[in-house]
Design a protein around this ligand. Structure first.
Ligand code: MN
Ligand code: MN
Length: 467
């Protein structure tokens, strides 16, 4: 082998150049990554909404010995509890060797994804065709949601207060739904619209039926037929839509992408691609040094407001309960706590290079991304992690051999965005975003790299195991 030149050796020592994860992993680790992603892909197929993720995680946690949190109990090292927030968010906790007043370790991911919510009065008939009116949830490019198979998920509270769970369009043989779009032949006028306006909010109408209840004369027989079917299946009437949360999501199954099967295509990687690894990491914690929390939250995609989002006090109240068990106040725990805001970043897309600044962008296959700040226009709306905490995170990941990279959310003034990080930082916690780079983020079918998913798991695990 040729000996390295002095310049090559110096460059190795002094320069920073992130590499493909394959160059930093051995064969067995790549196999472990692929195996880990098998479980992740199953999870993606099975859990498409915050309620479904919460129910899944709760069941997994119970099987692993987690019990519902009881603030009147005394807990010891290794004890495992969960706290459920309205069936739409969950906190998993493993008690550590140190008291909680030494601070806790938090991994926080969100489990809501962009989608279409049914309006409170959604069902209508037009020209003997029945539709649902929707209001989109989170940031979507509306034109991407037409002419693809869709499914319906959620819950309906009936007149008597009982609850019915809905999931239709996922299983083999079940009907699906769709939003129609114009044929190109007649889209001359539509194609003059801007891309943002190509499909408008009030055009996101979901096709749900087209046969009348009976051939008697009478108006809206198709709508009546749908109501009859809904009543037969779920016991609901039209009024019950008001006390329902019904969400329309893409119905395409998750799959490998590429000849080399290196990537995963599917709906809602943002942010289940961080939720699943952070769940797996806290399940691995047996007797950690610090008490470990995985927080899986709702409402991030609409700005974290609402009592199941992290701009509410539910996580703070939970930590206050932990503090009180040691006769301390919540702020005494929070101010010593550390958090990885487990959320995705926009991977560099070679087809659209102009929105990124290459030296500070994240790339698929270069490992988990540390995003020091998000926000937009002069770092507005970001918590911007401090140098000391960045140092802690970097050393933690390096110490565990985790492949990581740094990333910015797009070039300066190209756009921007935010995560739950700032709401946690505002509680006096040290926090930074760490997550998986995603291609086609917020599209009905997003893409991630398997190696990055695995490195996210390794990162959260290292964070929980750090002493
Ligand atoms: Mn996200
Ligand atoms: Mn998002």
């Amino acid at each position: 082998m040729k000996e390295k030149t002095e310049a090559e050796l110096l460059a190795e020592e002094l320069t920073y150049s992130p590499k493909h994860a394959m160059k930093q992993m051995d064969n067995s680790e790549v196999q472990a990554a692929d195996a880990f992603c098998g479980g992740y892909m199953q999870f993606l197929n099975d859990c498409k909404t915050e309620r479904e993720v919460t129910a899944f995680v709760q069941a997994q946690a119970e099987a692993k010995g987690f019990e519902p949190f009881d603030c009147s109990k005394k807990y010891k090292t290794g004890d495992k509890v969960y706290y459920l927030n309205r069936g739409k968010a969950i906190i998993l906790t493993v008690f550590g060797k140190k008291p909680v007043t030494a601070g806790v370790r938090i991994a926080a991911a969100h489990i809501d994804s962009p989608r279409l919510d049914l309006k409170p009065n959604p069902l209508y008939e037009d020209e003997e065709t029945a539709f649902f009116k929707t209001h989109y949830y989170g940031g979507i490019k509306k034109y991407q949601w037409t002419a693809i198979p869709l499914s319906l998920h959620g819950v309906v509270l009936l007149q008597d207060g009982s609850s019915v769970t809905v999931s239709l369009g996922e299983k083999e043989g079940e009907p699906k739904f769709v939003i129609t779009d114009l044929l190109p032949h007649l889209a001359k006028e539509q194609e003059q619209r801007t891309l943002a306006d190509g499909i408008r909010g009030e055009e996101l109408n979901v096709l749900v039926g087209s046969r009348p209840f009976c051939t008697d004369s009478g108006s809206e027989q198709v709508k009546l037929h749908i109501l009859k079917l809904l009543h037969d299946k779920y016991g609901m009437t039209e009024k019950d839509f008001l006390s329902a949360e019904l969400e329309v999501v893409p119905a395409m199954p998750v799959c490998d992408i590429g000849f080399d099967r290196s990537m995963i295509g599917g709906y809602g990687h943002d942010d289940r691609v961080c939720a699943y690894p952070s769940m797996a990491a806290v399940f691995d914690a047996q007797a950690p040094e610090y008490t470990c929390l995985t927080v899986l939250t709702d409402k991030e995609e609409t700005g974290s407001d609402g009592n199941t989002g992290l701009n509410s006090a539910y996580m703070q109240y939970f930590i206050e309960d932990l503090a009180r068990m040691e006769g301390a106040a919540g702020y005494q725990v929070l101010r010593k706590s550390k958090c990885l805001s487990a959320d995705v970043n926009a991977a560099f897309d070679p087809t659209f290079p102009s929105v990124q600044e290459k030296r500070n962008a994240s790339f698929i296959n270069r490992g988990v991304v540390i995003t020091k700040y998000t926000g937009a226009r002069g770092k507005s709306g970001t918590s911007d992690a401090c140098a000391e905490f960045m140092s802690f995170v970097r050393r933690t990941l390096d110490g565990a051999g985790v492949v990581w990279q740094q990333g910015e959310l797009g070039a300066v003034d190209a756009g921007g965005g935010g995560t739950v990080a700032k709401y946690i930082a505002n509680l006096d916690v040290d926090v930074v975003d760490v997550g998986v780079p995603v291609l086609s983020m917020h599209a009905p079918f997003e893409v991630v790299s398997k190696l990055d998913v695995y490195m996210a798991y390794r990162a959260f695990k290292a964070f929980f195991e750090q002493k």
